[in-house]
Design a protein. Structure first.
Length: 445
């Protein structure tokens, strides 16, 4: 096995080991409360919403809107609204008024939260025992104790107990009167700290409290579910008529999440709660956050927000990917085209002849031609015309090959040979005559 195969084998083994390790690691969850429609985390609502869509016989949807808009768009068909919040439910005065008007027209509202704002408690004539939920403690296993919830027997269900982790059960409501005190007595007490006090308002003020609020839960509230708080039974789900509609308040919002649906022993609590509003089409409200919070922070948001630029970006990325794909292949080096060698002897000969002619060196040109002529005869007929001793035999051979008379061949070769050996100057006519003599013998071969 060569080195490249060993390298590939090692990489493959490491990839398999990495996948096995990733699969064996326990899945980590984010225990932050979000109630997000798309979240699959424990305290998201993707599973909760999908199950509600299938189980709500009159329909179920999730909308990002307000009570003011619902009131404005309301029609004759009654609606039910689920409004889930985490630690603090606070609405502007206009929104609270719109919600109450919306219910008074014959609609239903289920509000689930750990804590209501003072304005909403005053509007609903309700008292609540505050309790905040810290997802950090739950997600890190710091909460192990359980609490018992009791759903009262009614016309549809028998009474039933549910055991949930402490913290999931949320806060509770209070029946009767409750005195809320804010104090500035000394530096040991923080401003706006809330205390429970049973005396009358005047007695509380005599003790030095500067702000005393007495709140009372209306007798119109009907308790549906309870929990035990320090050996005291306190409501966690209540309902009351409001105009032609109905308001249901719940202090266990975390049960209306993916976690609550997946808790097989306590999912019945969720069904009972949803059944109280299921006789109408149900809408779950999602917080309407400021527009800026929904704007992507990506540097590409401007391009993606405009259709022409968005498609231009997609085409550019597609082109880049195609370019990378095709150029990643091994490319063969271009084979150079080699031109066939040209025969320039004729051009060279014409150039040399023109040069000799222009310079008037006729004798030298005839001598060059004679050398070529003698070499041609030596190669074609094996005769050496420069060997005077063999002239008779050579001339006879040339005459046989060219078909010329022996006397004519003899006269011509001797005349040319004597002119070339003497280095005598020649006229143009003599040059032409000697060249013609040699050409006629060469053409006859």
């Amino acid at each position: 096995m060569n080195n490249s195969k060993i390298f590939v084998f090692v990489i493959a083994v490491l990839l398999v080991v990495a996948v096995l390790i990733e699969l064996s690691v326990p899945k980590r969850f984010n225990w932050k409360t979000s109630f997000d429609h798309e979240s699959e985390q424990p305290f998201g609502c993707k599973l909760f919403d999908s199950l509600a869509v299938k189980s709500m016989k009159n329909g179920y949807s999730v909308r990002r809107t307000t009570y003011y808009q619902l009131l404005k768009d309301s029609v004759n068909t009654p609606l039910s609204v689920i409004d889930i919040h985490d630690n603090y439910y606070e609405k502007p005065d206009l929104e609270i008024k719109s919600m109450l008007d919306f219910v008074a027209r014959g609609n239903k509202v289920l509000i689930a939260t750990h804590n209501f704002s003072d304005d909403l408690l005053d509007s609903l004539h309700l008292v609540m025992d505050e309790k905040f939920f810290y997802s950090y403690s739950f997600g890190h296993g710091l909460i192990s104790s359980r609490e018992t919830l009791l759903w009262d027997e009614d016309s549809m269900y028998d009474g039933k107990y549910y055991n949930v982790y402490s913290g999931i059960d949320g806060a509770a409501f209070k029946l009767g009167k409750d005195t809320m005190l804010s104090s500035y007595i000394n530096d040991d007490m923080y401003p706006d700290t809330i205390y429970d006090y049973d005396d009358e308002e005047e007695s509380a003020k005599q003790l030095g409290y500067t702000d005393v609020v007495i709140r009372e839960t209306s007798e119109e509230w009907e308790t549906m579910a309870w929990k035990s708080v320090e050996n005291e039974i306190m409501p966690i789900v209540m309902k009351r008529k409001w105009g032609r509609g109905e308001i249901v308040v719940c202090s266990t919002p975390l049960m209306l999440t993916n976690y609550g649906i997946m808790d097989g022993e306590n999912v019945g609590y969720v069904y009972r709660l949803l059944n109280s509003i299921s006789d109408n089409p149900v809408i779950r409200l999602v917080d309407t956050e400021p527009e800026e919070s929904h704007v992507s922070q990506s540097p590409m948001r401007f391009f993606l927000a405009n259709p022409p630029l968005r498609w231009a970006t997609y085409m550019a990325l597609t082109t880049l990917l195609l370019f990378m794909f095709f150029t990643a292949r091994r490319r063969q080096r271009a084979i150079p085209v080699i031109k066939k060698a040209e025969n320039n002897q004729l051009e060279f000969t014409k150039l040399i002849g023109t040069l000799y002619y222009q310079e008037g060196v006729h004798g030298d040109l005839v001598r060059k031609k004679y050398m070529f002529f003698a070499e041609q005869l030596r190669r074609e007929m094996q005769v050496d015309i420069d060997n005077d001793a063999e002239d008779t035999e050579n001339f006879n051979t040339i005459a046989r090959h060219t078909g010329m008379e022996v006397a004519d061949v003899t006269a011509r070769i001797k005349t040319i040979r004597n002119a070339c050996r003497g280095n005598l100057p020649m006229t143009e006519e003599e040059m032409m005559m000697y060249v013609d003599y040699m050409n006629e013998m060469l053409y006859g071969i």
